[in-house]
Design a protein around this ligand. Structure first.
Ligand code: MG
Length: 372
């Protein structure tokens, strides 16, 4: 960490924590943030939350926990090469999905629907709410009291009306400014991670085939290269070799293009927050990424088997919400006090915190007459 670039977030230019604390001993402020995130309850729950496949569908698919670790790994490699703050990108990466509901996007959409007349539900905002309010383990404060830059990085997107209520951390949405380069990087590392692991999981599940993917530019290019070098390779290794080369090429492109953007933008300090996004892919790679995303949307995320599961997931979330909002006493006692002042938000917090399997169990407990 000795050799940070002048435009990196460092110990001298952090805006610090909302509650002042003694400086950490033997670790940096952002290492302390990372450690608090890893020790949080919400972080442990990521193990049983999913993005595309529901947790019980198989042990080899990514969960939000392994996804977050992959994001952190990719983001740290790039941060090191760009001389950005590796500890900060790690903290942001590990925390970026803490606010996700059970059942991936289906759960999030269903909960947002339920919350429509109560201020809505956004998973980025919920991730911030987890680290600012919902984790209750420290004697002196609610939440984890993370540094401003970690919180700002977690809040990747945010509706303007919510941003206005957030104070300092929402400021950049109101002023239309960019977050730190570390936050921009964590965001793109997220994209690299999920595009590639969804290809891998899609193939493993049998929902996608190699023949289909051979029509997608970036996959085809790397697969041909692997086949040329290893003509006798078996299918399993072929997929892994191809995916790892895809990740490698994206990391290299992002590093090279971002270094170039930083140089062209003559970015010397952090104050230049109105600058266009500097952490970015080159134009041809961005186009290839869009092609891959489109392919995944049509062939994986909208696959009829996935659709059947997400339909069920939506129903679980909707029915749980209705039951709890009609009768808040059905929630565990620790939610009752908060429910008395804001029932809908309390129900949303409770549901968003559930893992896939907990939500399914809770659904059975509430609706199956032969269960307790
Ligand atoms: Mg993510």
């Amino acid at each position: 960490m000795a050799d940070l670039a002048p435009y990196a977030i460092g110990p001298r230019n952090t805006r610090g924590r909302a509650r002042r604390e003694k400086p950490p001993v033997g670790r940096s402020e952002f290492q302390r943030d990372r450690d608090r995130i890893i020790h949080s309850t919400a972080f442990r729950r990521l193990e049983y939350k999913t993005q595309v496949f529901v947790n019980h569908e198989g042990d080899l698919f990514r969960t939000r926990l392994t996804h977050s670790l992959e994001v952190a790994q990719i983001a740290r490699s790039i941060a090191r090469n760009l001389r950005l703050n590796e500890d900060l990108v790690e903290a942001i990466s590990l925390a970026h999905d803490l606010g996700h509901t059970p059942f991936g996007h289906a759960g999030q959409e269903a909960l947002h629907d339920c919350m429509r007349s109560h201020g809505g539900f956004e998973h980025n905002l919920q991730s911030l709410r987890v680290v600012d309010v919902l984790e209750q383990r420290y004697a002196a404060f609610d939440g984890l009291n993370l540094c401003f830059e970690t919180r700002e990085g977690i809040l990747k997107h945010c509706a303007l009306k919510n941003a206005r209520m957030l104070g300092d951390v929402g400021e950049r949405f109101v002023k239309r400014q960019r977050p730190s380069l570390e936050a921009q990087l964590a965001n793109l590392a997220d994209e690299i991670a999920y595009n590639n692991h969804d290809v891998d999981d899609g193939l493993r599940s049998g929902l996608l085939t190699i023949e289909q993917l051979a029509r997608v530019g970036i996959f085809a290019r790397h697969m041909q290269e692997v086949r040329r070098e290893h003509p006798k390779i078996d299918a399993r290794r072929l997929v892994h070799e191809t995916v790892r080369r895809m990740i490698g090429s994206l990391v290299t492109d992002l590093t090279r293009q971002s270094a170039q953007n930083i140089k062209n933008g003559r970015l010397r300090t952090l104050d230049d927050r109105a600058a266009p996004a500097l952490i970015a892919f080159s134009a041809p790679v961005r186009r290839e990424q869009q092609e891959l995303k489109r392919f995944l949307r049509v062939n994986l995320y909208q696959h009829h088997q996935v659709a059947r599961m997400t339909n069920k997931a939506r129903r679980v979330v909707r029915d749980l919400f209705k039951a709890f909002i009609d009768e808040p006493q059905l929630m565990p006692p620790q939610y009752h006090a908060q429910a008395a002042t804001d029932t809908a938000r309390t129900v949303a917090d409770y549901i968003a915190g559930m893992t896939d399997r907990y939500a399914i169990r809770e659904y059975r407990r509430l609706f199956a007459v032969d269960q307790l």
